[in-house]
Design a protein around this ligand. Structure first.
Ligand code: DQA
Length: 147
């Protein structure tokens, strides 16, 4: 199957961005680990990081044409703001997992609301870079049951 990983705004700065909250791993190292795990499991991984809402939305639209089977998304700050990104995921009807590096429930109150959680297959947060790997394992399991 093909799995698409979407990283929202400011995640290109991982490694140097508030490392006490987001950890020391770079986005590049996270993407490399995910790619290796996908190859081992016989799946194909595609990745996009963007700071622009429209680019993420257009990538989601294209995913339907390309037959992408599953999406992992860390919408970053768009989690708390973007009806448009939510609507794009609902429109293509590709199952997705929402994930966050930090535990969004233990931080500022505005991070507790997500425009994605209620339509996600599941939500993972609080485990740093490991959140991505856990989400990928969950995606593998979901793909297996939908075979
Ligand atoms: C984040 C949490 C968001 O609240 C924040 O805006 C981010 C990253 C996380 O991965 O912990 O940019 O999605």
């Amino acid at each position: 199957s093909t799995i698409l990983v979407l990283h929202g705004p400011n995640l290109n700065l991982l490694g140097t961005r508030e490392p006490d909250i987001y950890g020391a791993d770079t986005l590049e190292s996270i993407n490399q680990r995910l790619t290796a795990l996908c190859i081992d499991a016989g799946h194909h991984l595609q990745v996009l990081q963007s700071n622009a809402e429209y680019e993420l939305i257009n990538r989601i639209h294209d995913a339907r044409q390309e037959g992408v089977n599953f999406i992992l998304i860390n919408p970053a700050a768009f989690t708390h703001t973007s009806v448009a990104l939510r609507d794009a995921l609902a429109a293509v009807a590709i199952p997705f997992i929402e994930l966050h590096l930090s535990n969004v429930h233990s931080r500022e109150a505005f991070r507790r609301h997500s425009y994605f959680s209620d339509i996600a297959a599941g939500v993972i947060c609080g485990f740093g870079a490991l959140s991505y790997e856990l989400a990928l394992q969950a995606a593998f399991a979901q793909l297996k049951t939908s075979e």
